[in-house]
Design a protein around this ligand. Structure first.
Ligand code: EPU
Length: 297
C-alpha cells in the first residue's frame, strides 16, 4: 500500500516534503531523491517525526553536511532528516568546555575553540560536515580525531527518547564510534587552554598542508576508503597505478588517489563502478582489501 504523507505525518505535514532531490544536499552533488524529507524546527518537532516513523515502521536516515556520503541514483526510501534549523546548531563556550549542537558545522566549532584559546580541535581544520556526522564516524586527521575530546553526547533514540551518553559510555576508534542511536543532538568537548595566536598559526599550517595534498575545491566526498591498518589507502591506490582512472564522469584524483572527483555530468553509478574497480585492482595488485569510509545510501 502506498504511504501517504497526510496519513503518516498528520500534524507535521507542513514540514515533511516528498521526493526531495538529495544531490544538492551532498558534496558529490549526485544521486536521487528521498521518499520523505524534513528539516524540523525544534527538538519537539524532531521527536514527533521520529515517533511517527517508528510507529509506521518507516526507516529514518540522518543527513549531516553530506560530505561523506554517496546517494545512489535511485534515491532512498523512507525518511531523511536534516538538522539545519538554528536550535540544532548552537555553539557555546564555558571555560574549557565547548558545547555544540549536532547540526553545527565542525569547522565553526574548530574556529570557535581556537579563537577562545582552547587546544585540541585545531587538528581537525578543513574537515567538512556537521558535529553529528563527525562524531558518528569519529572524523579525524593524522593529528587526532573528534572522539578524543568528547566528554558528553546527547542523543535521540529511534523511539524519540532523549539520552545522555557520558564519557565512560563513549568508545571511539579509527573512523568508528559507539554512538549508534538515531540522532546525535549535541555534545561537549573538553579542551586545553593555550595561546590563541599560537593555535591560529598551528591551524593555518595544517590547513596549508591539507590544501596542497587534497582536491578540496572539487566535487568529491573526502577519502573514499579507510586506511587499512594505518597504511594510507591513497598511497596504495597510487602504487597500484590507478591515479587518473576514469569511469564515465568519475575519476581517481591525481593529487590524492583516495579521492574520487565527479564531473558535473557524472552519475552515482559511475562513482560506484569506479569504487569497485579500485577495490578489485588494489586487491589483485597489492593483496589488500579496501573498505569504504564513505556511506553509500
Ligand atoms: N600518498 C601518495 N599518493 C596519494 C596519496 C597519499 O603517495 O595519492 C602518500 C602521501 O605522500 C603521504 C602518505 O601517502 O606520504 C599519507 O598521505 P596523507 O598524509 O594524505 O594521509 P592519508 O593517510 O592518505 C589521512 C586521512 C585523511 C586526512 C589525512 C591528513 C583516512 C582515510 N584519510 O589520509 O582524511 O585528511 O590523513 O590527516 O584516514 C577523510 O577521512 O576523508 C580524509 C581525507
Amino acid at each position: 500500500m502506498a504511504k501517504s504523507l497526510k496519513s503518516l505525518f498528520a500534524g507535521c505535514e507542513k514540514i515533511v516534503r516528498e521526493a526531495e532531490p538529495l544531490a544538492a544536499h551532498t558534496w558529490f552533488r549526485l544521486g536521487g531523491p528521498a521518499e520523505f524529507f524534513a528539516e524540523p524546527n525544534s527538538v519537539e518537532e524532531l521527536a514527533a517525526i521520529v515517533r511517527r516513523c517508528h510507529e509506521a515502521g518507516l526507516p529514518i536516515r540522518i543527513l549531516g553536511g553530506g560530505s561523506n556520503i554517496l546517494v545512489r541514483d535511485d534515491g532512498v526510501s523512507g525518511m531523511v532528516l536534516r538538522l539545519s534549523a538554528a536550535p540544532f546548531s548552537q555553539i557555546s563556550v564555558d571555560q574549557g568546555t565547548v558545547s555544540a549542537g549536532g547540526g553545527a558545522k565542525l569547522g565553526h566549532v574548530v574556529s570557535t575553540a581556537v579563537r577562545e584559546g582552547l587546544a585540541g580541535l585545531e587538528t581537525l581544520v578543513g574537515i567538512p560536515g556537521t558535529v553529528g556526522g563527525a562524531l558518528h564516524g569519529n572524523a579525524g586527521s593524522r593529528g587526532g580525531d573528534v572522539g578524543q575530546w568528547t566528554c558528553l553526547a546527547t542523543v535521540m533514540t529511534r523511539t524519540g527518547e532523549i539520552l545522555q551518553r557520558e564519557r565512560e559510555d563513549l568508545v571511539f576508534s579509527y573512523r568508528q564510534s559507539s554512538l549508534d542511536e538515531l540522532v546525535i543532538l549535541g555534545c561537549q568537548f573538553q579542551l586545553e587552554p593555550d595561546d590563541p595566536q599560537e593555535l591560529t598559526k598551528r591551524m593555518q599550517k595544517l590547513w596549508i598542508v591539507k590544501k596542497a595534498s587534497q582536491p578540496l575545491g572539487d566535487q568529491s566526498a573526502g577519502c573514499i576508503f579507510k586506511n587499512p591498518r594505518g597504511i594510507s589507502a591513497g598511497l596504495l591506490i597510487d602504487q597500484a597505478g590507478l591515479k587518473g582512472t576514469r569511469i564515465g564522469g568519475a575519476e581517481v584524483n591525481d593529487r590524492h588517489a583516495n579521492f574520487i572527483v565527479a564531473d558535473a555530468d557524472a552519475t552515482a553509478a559511475d562513482v560506484l563502478r569506479l569504487v569497485e574497480l579500485v577495490r578489485s585492482r588494489v586487491a589483485e595488485r597489492l593483496g589488500v582489501e579496501l573498505e569504504t569510509e564513505i556511506e553509500i545510501w
